[in-house]
Design a protein around this ligand. Structure first.
Ligand code: ATP
Ligand code: MG
Length: 414
């Protein structure tokens, strides 16, 4: 019998948390809207192949993190661990190739069976963007600039660092791969078992290892940048110059390879030191090979995804709610009248809470707990005179006001 607990690594979003969560989504949606990105949503589950073929069979996600299940008809399905593959699948199955360039924004839950810890959940949420169909570095610059502006508008500009790298074109990666294999061969026995497996299948992934011994070994590995083809170097120079021109500061990090196999050229992460080991809040890069790999027309793409929970943790503890107007009727007639009054005020854009029961002090307590900005007290005698008492909950100041002037009298609380 399952205990009445949320599943490990999942969490409820109660109002305080949800407000912060929503704020991240709203800010991200608005900011990327300034760049022309439009919101889309793809299904939360897809055929397993959508992920297993594209994320690469050596990625952490595919080897151990996917929530997969067999449907009753034998279909193999997986809860999406990320959204780029889903967007690419949609690009192909919806036949969107004629409509490029496409700029998409998404927000929603993702699922990965990781070891839960602070900032690492099994159901978490991401916002992200994908710019599909543009091969030029101008797209990389726009995409990174949009990410930077989202973080800035969330008030995190001073807290994050943009780390930037290039993975070059396939030829650059092949050159580097050979050099890395030559470098790692003498160390093979000391690598973690996982990295020994990566060595066979995709040695670049060892640079991404979170194992400390692996990290110490790769610290002396050759630098990617010295293996770039002329074309790839030029592309990267363009991205860097573009970022400088628009004033987006970055730090080069040649060890940044990103978790997924389909990335090439630009790879980047915005990191913070404020979250311990889970310091990456927004990460992305260019994935020119992805759509072709999935069986679509060769189509370049670049994008990022940001972890909403990690961003929400960095936000100020409390976000201002819209001020609440508490209505406190005292007496039977007033109780009837106040429901109508509540509807009238809501129709005029106020957030209204009507106390359901209790004497004045009970209602005051409730208004306090709600953090109401103002309480409107109407007793039967006030009703008879066509007035109400309004009391500012912060200052305690109280005044009488005619009922038909209520919207004016409450204007500051809208
Ligand atoms: P990490 O190195 O932290 O495992 P990743 O490379 O797996 O990250 P991406 O796939 O690039 O992460 O996802 C983009 C962002 O989504 C991350 O930078 C992070 O903010 C967030 N994220 C990823 N996995 C989780 C998780 N399990 N719980 C919470 N947030 C996550
Ligand atoms: Mg991960």
């Amino acid at each position: 019998m399952a205990r009445l607990q949320p599943v490990r690594g999942t969490h409820d979003l109660l109002p305080d948390q949800m407000r912060r969560h929503r704020n991240v989504v709203d800010v991200a949606r608005n900011v990327v809207g300034l760049y022309g990105f439009e919101e889309v949503a793809t299904p939360i589950f897809e055929f397993t192949q959508v992920f297993s073929r594209t994320l690469g069979d050596t990625s952490d996600i595919v080897t151990k993190e996917m929530y997969s299940f067999e449907d009753r008809n034998g279909d193999h399905l997986t809860l999406r661990p990320e959204n780029t593959a889903g967007v690419a699948r949609s690009f192909i199955s919806e036949g969107l190739a004629q409509q490029i360039p496409l700029k998409y924004f998404y927000a929603g839950p993702m699922f990965r069976r990781e070891r839960p810890q602070k900032g690492r959940l099994r159901q978490f949420h991401q916002v992200g963007i994908e710019l599909i169909g543009v091969a030029s570095p101008a797209a990389d610059i726009d995409v990174i600039a949009a990410g930077y502006r989202v973080l800035s508008d969330l008030g995190l500009r001073e807290q994050v660092t943009l780390e930037l790298n290039t993975l070059g074109d396939p030829e650059s990666r092949e050159n580097y791969r050979n050099a890395l294999i030559a470098f790692l061969t003498p160390h093979l026995g000391n690598l973690s078992t996982e990295s020994q497996e990566r060595f066979r299948r995709n040695p670049l992934r060892i640079l991404d290892s979170k194992n400390e011994v692996d990290q110490a070994i790769v610290a002396d590995a050759p630098e990617f940048t010295s293996f770039l083809t002329e074309e790839s170097r030029l592309f990267f120079d363009n991205v860097k110059e573009g970022l400088e021109r628009i004033g987006v500061p970055y730090k080069l990090n040649s060890r940044l390879v990103r978790g997924l196999d389909y990335y090439g050229h630009t790879a980047f992460e915005f990191t913070t030191s404020a979250l311990g080991a889970q310091g990456t809040v927004l990460a992305g890069g260019r994935y020119d090979g992805l759509i072709k790999l999935m069986g679509g027309p060769p189509t370049p793409g670049v994008g990022w995804a940001a972890g909403i929970e990690r961003l929400a943790m960095l936000m100020e503890a409390d976000l201002a709610k819209q001020p609440i107007v508490a209505l406190a009727p005292l007496g039977d007639l007033a109780t009837e009248k106040v429901q109508q009054l509540g509807e009238f005020l809501r129709g005029n854009g106020f957030v209204v809470d009507v106390g359901y029961s209790g004497n004045l002090s009970r209602r005051m307590k409730r208004a306090d707990k709600l953090n109401a900005a103002v309480i409107v007290i109407i007793g039967d005698d006030e009703l008879a005179r066509g007035v109400a008492q309004i009391r500012n909950m912060e200052t305690g100041e109280q005044s009488e006001i005619a009922l038909d002037e209520l919207t004016t009298g409450l204007a500051q609380y809208r």
